[in-house]
Design a protein around this ligand. Structure first.
Ligand SMILES: C=CC1=C(C)c2cc3[nH]c(cc4nc(cc5[nH]c(cc1n2)c(C)c5CCC(=O)O)C(CCC(=O)O)=C4C)c(C)c3C=C
Ligand SMILES: [Fe+2]
Ligand SMILES: [Fe+2]
Length: 388
């Protein structure tokens, strides 16, 4: 456990709260083939995803889930019929709890998990946090880049179910961390390794080094959501620029290198932000550059990294003549990432009052480090009350 200075975050000081719950929030995924359809129904019932009145949304969600289920079941079938997102999130929760010192003293600090669309759902977790007797709660979305469709949706759901569960402890939510140093460093290390491996396997003899392109692939969003002020795309670009800089700083070899941001996993008839990852793979084939594909909006592996990036786009790359293809793993429990996340948690907890010690940050969503988004990002929630 790293020393984070100050009087600690575990509530040992007299008058400070005794029990701190950190709630790691993620999307969740089906744990068996029969769970695929209800998981999809939960996803498309979310007003942050399908922006229609409830009376239309719920029957439409039922129809879309029924139509999408066979395709999605086939996707999950390629990775054993289930999503690995829960066990991988549990590993992150364990690592973060250890880093925060919670393992030594589980009565003071505990990491919980709340998934948005599959178990453990937020309502189950809110009941567990209440029964544990939390005195303060920090919501920690495992999405580095804020989106109204992910972090905001999870935090809003928590607000509803916590009230219903009678969980009244002061609560704060972290909005985003697209430039978190440990996140960028952990990814940069894997990227550098992949670039070196591609460089080493390139045929020698021509006297020229094979050019490599870094493809920063993020989950896409419908264009109209971004046009409505959602800062996700802007924050994805912040991550990409930070990562490109970190890679060029730690790659002294002169491998000809460029980079591009692209978006994967489009579903439905709407226009999504681009360029799409498949179009970028095709462009790499036409340009004759090798690819290092980096999943920059996910912190753990799941269907979209293991199937789309590792199988579908790897096959496409072969078909269109991309001369080398490597996919960098999601950061998972990389020490640099968990260490940085623990530092973020400590800073946010400073803004979260404890029993009888309100400090002004409770009830709010934001970043202790201050607002990052540009002024015209209407969807940035920094500083606002949770649920407002
Ligand atoms: C940055 C993360 C994510 C954003 C933004 C996001 C938006 C978004 N997603 C859909 C529809 C689907 N997403 C699905 C799976 C899925 N999505 C994310 C993350 C983001 N989604 C993850 C981590 C996963 C994988 C879960 C797992 O495998 O465990 C699916 C289900 C799979 C499939 O059928 O392809 C759908 C559907 C929309 C419509 C959307 C924005 C409006
Ligand atoms: Fe998604
Ligand atoms: Fe913001």
């Amino acid at each position: 456990m790293a020393d984070r200075g100050g009087d600690g975050i575990y509530g040992t000081e007299p008058g400070r709260s005794g029990r701190t719950a950190i709630v790691l929030m993620n999307l969740g995924g089906p744990d068996r083939p029969e769970a695929v359809r209800p998981f999809l129904f939960n996803l498309f019932s979310d007003p942050a995803i399908l922006r229609l009145p409830g009376l239309v949304r719920r029957p439409l969600a039922w129809l879309i889930a029924r139509r999408r289920a066979p395709v999605a079941r086939e996707i999950y079938g390629q990775i054993g019929g289930r999503s690995p997102i829960l066990p991988l999130t549990e590993a992150q929760a364990g690592a973060l709890q250890r880093e925060l010192g919670g393992e030594e003293d589980e009565t003071s600090l505990r990491c919980f998990i709340a998934m948005r669309y599959w178990h453990p759902r937020a309502a189950e977790t809110a009941a567990a946090v209440r029964d544990w007797g939390a005195d303060r709660v920090l919501l920690l979305p495992l999405y580095p880049q804020f989106s109204t469709t992910t972090s905001a949706s999870s935090v809003a759901e928590w607000q509803r179910v916590a009230a219903r569960a009678g969980l009244n402890a002061p609560t704060r939510a972290l909005c985003c961390y697209p430039e978190l140093p440990g996140f960028v460093a952990a990814q940069a290390e894997s990227v550098v390794e992949a670039v070196r491996a591609l460089d080493a396997e390139a045929p020698s003899g021509t006297g020229k080094r094979r050019p490599v392109r870094l493809l920063f692939s993020a989950h896409g969003l419908p264009k109209r959501i971004v046009e409505g002020g959602d800062p996700y795309q802007w924050q994805v670009e912040v991550t990409a620029a930070a990562l490109a800089e970190a890679v060029s700083d730690s790659l002294p070899e002169r491998v000809p290198l460029d980079w591009a941001v692209c978006y994967q996993s489009r579903v439905g008839p709407l226009e999504w932000i681009g360029p799409s990852t498949d179009a970028e793979v095709e462009r790499a084939g036409a340009d004759g550059v090798a690819l290092v594909v980096v999943p920059i909006a996910f912190v753990s592996e799941h269907s979209e990294t293991l199937v789309e990036l590792d199988i579908e786009y790897a096959e496409l790359a072969k078909r269109v003549g991309v001369p080398g293809y490597r996919r960098v793993p999601a950061v998972g429990t990389a020490a640099a990432f968990i260490d940085s996340l623990a530092g973020l948690v400590a800073a946010e907890l400073e803004l979260l009052g404890s029993a009888g010690q309100a400090v002004g940050g409770e009830g709010r969503i934001g970043r202790a480090a201050g607002r990052l988004c540009p002024a015209d990002a209407a969807g940035c929630p920094c500083g606002s009350m949770i649920g407002s």
